[in-house]
Design a protein around this ligand. Structure first.
Ligand SMILES: *Cc1c(COP(=O)(O)O)cnc(C)c1O
Ligand code: SF4
Length: 426
């Protein structure tokens, strides 16, 4: 593996050309054909940095970074794969097949993106009193796509599902009208897809509102395109912007998405982490636990330890949502909890700041504390870290034990009194 240096342009290969790339890397005609079929349905995009530095081509298709970034035939159900494959030579049939298969893949679990959207301002999500999520219109893509991403409907340009705020002024108007909000979380897509001057307009608009004390920026650019932070004038401007927020006495946090410890290895990424940390911004990490990529406690314990060494605080281990290729990436909650518990038991207390496995469900953020033996049998112990109804936060509750359950919707309350929030979906 080599490190690309000085590559500032976010050159990326879109899904339709990935088959050629797989062929060129000598990975075989069958694999290239699978890539061709699956990429008709799901969105793929791989950055030059990821191709050169993150994928171990000798281990493809089982390499975890290949699995994260490249189409795999099992991402579609066998009948759906066959349907698209059969239609390849006939453009009209192909369009119909792709539409049919996409409709079956649930793009918005629990309609997370359309619920909690303030009526007066689309592109903002205000679910918990103190925090507003901002989806800038110009930040609705990423340098590469994670194949497990629940935002894939945005990437295929499904207009109805797209939700983005028009601009910094619209965001600031909403924030001013809501004095209970202290935290702004700029997300996407990836906000670092925007040039710094555009991102700065959102950040400055938030800074101008006195009651906003914390600004978070969610990004996977350090993994997919670290030059964005480490090389060139736009990177230097970003570092200056971060210093400015810190100097203004606000908390600035970069919420870094790392799925696998390998993503932190390239020299350019290490440089980006060092530069970003040097601005006085806080660095925190989060990622979902998914099959084929990181469903192994050793991966997480190494990742969290490497992060603490680099000055990054582990924050969340998420459960993959019930969307897209969930049958491919999804894990039983029981297994997700085992991975969390085993990983956390191997690391320093400083790396145990990661909470998980966490589901972002309709009533709130639910952490799975694991199986418990109760007088009438085994149950899942659960807890809200965040809830639309603040009185639920921090109170343990139980769900019936189900070793196959993969998501909140699969769970049944043990106590009838809890049924109200279990069934909450608006
Ligand atoms: C996770 C999340 C937040 C932030 O919650 P914290 O507990 O502050 O990390 C805010 N809004 C939504 C919709 C979320 O899912
Ligand atoms: S970086 Fe985030 S938004 Fe972008 S594809 Fe990955 S999970 Fe989705």
């Amino acid at each position: 593996m080599t490190t690309v240096s000085g590559d500032v342009a976010p050159s990326a290969v879109p899904g339709r050309r990935l088959a050629d790339l797989v062929r060129a890397r000598g990975a075989g005609a069958d694999l290239a054909h699978e890539v061709d079929v699956v990429s008709r349905v799901l969105p793929f995009k791989v950055s030059a940095h990821a191709l050169e530095n993150l994928i171990d081509w000798d281990a493809a298709p089982d390499d975890p970074m290949y699995r994260l970034l490249f189409p795999h035939r099992d991402m579609l159900l066998p009948a759906d794969f066959a349907l698209v494959e059969r239609s390849l030579g006939d453009p009209a049939a192909l369009r119909a097949a792709v539409a049919e298969v996409r409709a079956r893949l649930n793009p918005h679990p629990g309609d997370q993106l359309s619920r909690n959207v303030p009526k007066e301002q689309p592109g903002l999500q205000h679910k918990y009193a103190e925090t507003v999520l901002v989806f800038p219109k110009q930040g609705q893509t990423c340098h590469s796509y994670c194949a497990y991403c629940f935002r894939w409907a945005q990437f295929i340009g499904d207009a109805e599902l797209k939700l983005a705020v028009d601009g910094p002024d619209a965001m600031a108007d909403y924030l001013r009208a809501h004095p209970e909000v202290t935290d702004v979380l700029i997300t996407g897509g990836d906000p670092l897809i925007m040039k710094t001057d555009l991102l700065a307009r959102y950040v400055d608009a938030a800074l101008a509102v006195d009651h906003i004390r914390t600004i978070r920026i969610g990004t996977k650019a350090l993994s997919f395109h670290p030059a964005r932070v480490a090389v060139g004038p736009d990177a230097a401007d970003l570092l200056r912007l971060a210093e400015r927020v810190v100097a203004a006495g606000r908390h600035l946090a970069f919420m870094l998405h790392f799925s696998h410890p390998r993503e932190m290895e390239p020299e350019l990424t290490r440089t980006a982490i060092r530069l970003l940390g040097g601005t006085g911004a806080q660095l925190r990490s989060q990622a979902p636990v998914v099959r084929h990529v990181n469903d192994d406690p050793a991966i997480w314990s190494r990742m969290w330890t490497d992060q603490v060494n680099a000055g990054i605080h582990p924050y969340y281990m998420f459960v993959e949502r019930d969307t897209g290729a969930q049958h491919y990436f999804g894990l039983p909650l029981e297994r997700a909890h085992e991975v969390y518990r085993d990983a956390v038991s191997r690391v320093s207390g400083l790396a145990r700041t990661a909470r998980g496995p966490v589901m972002s469900a309709a009533p709130g953020k639910v952490v799975v504390d694991g199986p418990v033996k109760l007088p009438h049998g085994t149950a899942f112990a659960l807890r809200f870290l965040q809830a639309r109804d603040p009185s639920l936060v921090g109170r343990p509750f139980y769900a019936k034990w189900d070793p196959a359950a993969q998501w909140w919707d699969d769970l049944v309350p043990l106590d009838e009194h809890d049924r109200s929030f279990f069934e909450e979906n608006t």
